[in-house]
Write a new protein. Sequence first.
Length: 108
Amino acid sequence: MVDQQRWPHVCSCDSCRDSPTSDIAQDHRAINRVVASLDERRRRLFAGLLAQQRGHGGVVEVARITGLSRTTIHRGVLELQAARDAPADRIRRPGGGRPRAEKKSPSW
C-alpha cells in the first residue's frame, strides 16, 4: 500500500476565521500539519493526547481543530489511558482487512 499524504485540515473555529494571523490560528495550523503527516494510529493517539490536555470539552475542541471524528479522538484517549502498546511493525490489530483469496474461494 502506498503511503498517502493527507492535506492539512483548515480549522473552522471562530479564532481562526476572525483573525487568521493570530497565535491561536498559527497553533491550529501547526497541529493540522503534524496530524496530516501521521499514520492513522499515531494520528488517533496524538489527537487523544491533545484532548486530554484540554480537559473537559477537549474532544469536541480537538475535533473542530483537526476535522477528525469525535469517536476517533475518544478512542485515542481510551488507548492512552489503557496504555496498550501495539506491535511496532503494525498499525492495525491483526485479523482486520480482507480475507485471503484461499479462504474466499470454495475448495473444489
